[in-house]
Design a protein around this ligand. Structure first.
Ligand code: NAI
Length: 412
């Protein structure tokens, strides 16, 4: 399908600001798409620096350190979209972004595979007692024996949480010959030969390796506690690459010292240092057969590249087609391109009567609507209108006057 003629604001005039060393690949992708005006700043900026920097910016790219506050959004009068080139969006005041009609994208699943691979790797290291052997070898001690070292094949992996990561681990584990059981609060389709457990207790008392893949919520806080640790099989292994609050580390430390569990791999902690080089403590430090890592489950070069590609493509889809799938602020609309009409994006406060006002105004001026898509959330509504090409300029002017309008943009 050929590209429709672009009539919107020229791409080379769209001001793009990328902070926090967003990968050069993303910058190149924007330039290749015709967005020549990309400015890069290496670190994060303070609130005041940001307020000064965003005044003329149409598109802002950040990672997890830049705080997008209500004041920053108020100063960013031209801002259309924020691309969070990371997994989360909690650094953005989403309510304020929504009220301003600023689309917010991220890349929630880009590091799924990185975590899943490491869970399998950690399982092998622990079940083979590699940590002991590695420690001994570093001290010049030869520790060649098979006692207490096992294969993953034939063992049972219990996954708590069968979402994006849990289900990936499920697939990888089966290819290693493991039996997979899982427990999820939501009904999930088992992949391969995985089997659902009806209760957490059922899972814990049957698994040789238990791996956590749940979010941090009220329900998952201290899910693995003194009581639940008693249900674990003797000699089993716990892996937590999910969130620190999910495991009571004091209780886990006790279970390991009593050799009820034979090992653990922990990547996430209730309190994590802010930056590299900061010290941190956990009750698990110094315990044999405990693999400690500094929240790097999803940190790979591939994940970084996936993040760049995922967020860039969401931003292109929005800038060039009006598609908001994956947005955390403006309601998500996925829609086909159209070549026979011009497309207008209209974002408004979600109050009764806006759609009817749009339709009345346009029909009064004999502007034919070829296609119309609407989605709302609690705060705002997003309407995409495909209108007669000859009358699109007029339509834009009329739509700006509609009550409760936040933003109007002619796309093409
Ligand atoms: P997801 O949202 O796709 O899956 C989570 C699953 O947990 C869902 O199926 C949900 O129904 C289930 N769940 C929620 N509450 C539950 C409960 N109380 N009991 C049983 N099941 C429950 O999330 P995803 O992407 O698989 O991530 C899982 C975890 O991994 C998250 O905590 C995430 O923050 C963490 N993570 C850690 C990384 C690291 O670097 N260590 C990197 C990426 C994610």
């Amino acid at each position: 399908m050929s590209n429709p003629v672009l009539t919107s604001y020229p791409k080379e005039k769209i001001n793009i600001l990328f902070l926090e060393n967003i990968s050069n690949k993303a910058v190149q992708a924007f330039k290749q798409h015709g967005y020549a005006n990309v400015k890069q700043i290496n670190g994060a900026l303070s609130e005041q620096e940001l307020i000064d920097a965003v005044k003329d910016v149409h598109l802002l790219g950040i990672r997890s350190k830049t705080q997008i506050t209500e004041k920053v959004l108020a100063a960013a009068t031209k801002l259309q979209a924020i691309g969070c080139f990371c997994i989360g969006v909690n650094q953005v005041n989403l309510k304020a972004a929504t009220k301003k009609g600023v689309v917010v994208f991220n890349a929630p699943y880009s590091n799924t595979r990185s975590v899943a691979e490491l869970v399998i790797g950690a399982s092998i290291i622990l079940i083979r007692k590699i940590l002991d052997k590695n420690n001994a070898a570093h001290k010049g001690i030869w520790m060649k024996d098979a006692k207490g070292s096992f294969e993953l094949r034939g063992k049972t992996l219990g996954l708590i949480g069968y979402g994006n990561i849990g289900s990936q681990v499920s697939v990888l584990a089966e290819s290693f010959g493991m039996k997979v059981i899982f427990y999820d609060e939501v009904t999930k389709l088992p992949l391969g030969n995985a089997v659902v457990c009806k209760t957490l207790k059922e899972l814990l008392s049957n698994a040789d390796v238990v791996s956590l893949h749940v979010p941090e919520t009220e329900q998952t806080k201290n899910l693995i506690n003194k009581q639940n640790l008693k249900y674990f099989k003797k000699g089993s292994i716990l892996i937590n690459y999910a969130r620190g609050e999910v495991v009571d580390l004091e209780a886990l430390s006790k279970a390991l010292k009593e050799e009820h569990l034979s090992g653990a791999a922990i990547d996430v902690y209730p309190l994590e240092p802010e930056k590299n080089g900061d010290s941190f403590t956990t009750p698990l430090q110094g315990l044999n057969n405990v693999l400690l890592t500094p929240h790097i489950g999803g940190s790979t070069e591939e994940a970084q590249q996936n993040i760049g590609e995922d967020v860039s493509s969401k931003l292109f889809q929005f800038l060039e087609r009006g598609i908001t799938s994956g947005s955390h602020s403006v309601p998500a609309i996925a829609l086909p391109p159209i070549e026979t009409a011009h497309r207008i994006l209209h974002i408004h406060n979600n109050v009764p009567g806006v759609l009817s006002a749009i339709n009345t105004t346009l029909s009064e001026h004999k502007i034919n609507i070829v296609g119309q898509y609407l989605k709302t959330n609690d705060l705002i509504g997003y309407v995409v209108l495909d209108v007669d090409k000859k009358l699109s300029k007029k339509a834009i002017d009329l739509l700006r006057e509609v009550k409760a309008t936040i933003k109007v943009r002619l796309l093409y």
